[in-house]
Write a protein that binds this ligand. Structure first.
Ligand code: FRU
Length: 434
């Protein structure tokens, strides 16, 4: 596909609107990616679940639409699991408006056969009826030793439910009041996944979508690190600590793939857009793109444990091996002195888009610069992020037809940003000043 602004290695639907990744699961040799989808327009309409699968995380085969709206409503975000017996179940939020025009959301179960491509909604839906909350959505189901746990956002907190049979759920606890970043709008798209700390201990990562009011304004993906005992999540950091999986403008609603028998670190994908302008981006047949998959691991820093993301080997190889001139990976490692600045200029533009400096011997600061774009209101941006770092600094910039994923350091500091340049194929320039 040679369409303008259609990334090659990042998943996009052939036509229609796409937002959040849904139902991500690795099963029978495939990575399955479902997604919030309106096949009939390029704006957020009645939500379906689109479906694609990949063997290598970069070549995606788009499959028929998996879930259609029904009497209970449209199909909002959710997740997938595979039981020990090999049955695949999807969970999504049915969404409609009540008599007073307010959102009415409930959790629903689907019996899936991924090989046959069949998706049968459970006749007993909803499996969790609405408990009187306006925002009650985005079920993420995980497997623990004692059974199943579902996370659902309930306004400004996330609710935890437990089940033995994936059908009958009981409320266990809630997390979030006064913790991390909040806005006036509900939290969205939770995920919970165990990671292994460098000392071998298990630490749980809780992922939450914040919109608006995220790090780079608009929507963004924050995370918490903590203990999870099967009943409740306990934050390891002080409640005011704010951690972001990506500090760019375009990384939202990230989820990890469910793997019945995980063979490596969890792999996450985010929606590479921002609700501030997602409906106005200048593409034609389709609108919406996913980030590249990233493997997540814990690293010890001077501020404590943090999550570092890296490209899985196969993804990195696909980027480097691409014969498409607008798919590029540019890397450098620099000894950045305290008075020096590294600028990163992309697409042959006159002004750099990123400036990287060392405000203190043990810190790195990345500043994002972007002039106001008259075709995209609220798209301009100037902000910075500082993170612990000492020693030579690796910088990686990955470009795919204007979508940029920049990583500075060891994977704690990612920025994903959409650009719509005149020359998406022009390469990155690194200049050290000062
Ligand atoms: C997040 C979100 C979810 C919701 C879906 C609707 O981007 O608002 O909370 O389920 O999008 O498409």
């Amino acid at each position: 596909m040679t369409e303008k602004f259609r990334p090659r290695l990042h998943f996009t639907p052939s036509v229609g609107w796409m937002n959040d990744p849904n139902g991500m699961i690795r099963s029978a040799g495939y990575w399955h990616l479902f997604f919030q989808y309106d096949p009939d327009s390029i704006t957020h309409g009645p939500m379906h679940w689109g479906h694609a699968r990949s063997r290598d995380l970069t070549t995606w085969e788009e499959l028929p639409v998996a879930l259609y709206p029904d009497d209970l409503g449209t199909c909002f975000s959710g997740s997938a699991v595979e039981t020990p017996e090999g049955e695949v179940k999807l969970f999504y939020t049915s969404h409609r408006l009540d008599g007073e025009g307010r959102d009415f959301q409930q959790q629903c179960l689907v019996h899936a056969d991924l090989g046959a491509g069949t998706f049968d909604k459970d006749p007993g839906n909803p499996v969790i009826p609405n408990p009187g909350l306006v925002a009650f959505r985005d079920p993420k189901v995980i497997r623990i030793d004692a059974g199943w746990v579902m996370l659902v956002t309930e306004g400004q907190t996330v609710g935890f439910y437990g089940s033995d049979d994936l059908r009958t759920w009981r409320h266990l606890s809630s997390f979030g009041e006064g913790e991390g970043r909040h806005s006036d709008e509900p939290w969205e798209c939770p995920d919970l996944v165990p990671l292994t700390a460098p000392d071998g201990s298990e630490v749980w990562m809780l992922i939450i979508g914040v919109n608006p009011g995220a790090y780079a304004e608009g929507s963004g993906t924050q995370y918490f690190l903590g203990q999870f005992d099967g009943l409740r999540f306990e934050n390891l950091n002080p409640p005011e600590t704010e951690l972001w999986l990506d500090h760019g403008r375009d990384y939202y609603a990230a989820q990890t793939f469910f793997e019945r028998d995980p063979s490596g670190p969890p792999v996450a994908i985010g929606w590479a857009s921002n609700w501030r302008y997602a409906k106005q981006t200048p593409t034609e047949a389709f609108r919406g793109v996913m980030s590249l998959p990233r493997a997540l691991q814990l690293v010890e820093t001077q501020d404590g444990l943090r999550v570092a993301a890296s490209l899985p080997d196969e993804v990195r190889k696909a980027v480097i091996g691409s014969d498409d001139p607008a798919v590029q990976l540019a890397e450098t490692t620099i000894e950045l002195g305290e008075r020096q600045v590294l600028s990163v200029t992309l697409f042959g533009e006159a002004e750099p888009q990123f400036m990287i400096e060392r405000p203190a011997p043990d810190r790195v600061r990345v500043r994002t610069l972007r002039p106001e774009d008259p075709t995209l209101p609220t798209f301009g941006h100037d902000y910075d992020v500082t993170s612990p770092w000492s020693g030579p600094l690796p910088v990686m910039v990955l470009m795919d037809h204007g979508l940029v994923e920049l990583c500075a350091g060891d994977g704690r500091l990612w920025l994903t940003n959409l650009f719509y340049p005149d020359a998406p194929e022009a390469s990155a320039r690194f200049d050290v000043w000062g």
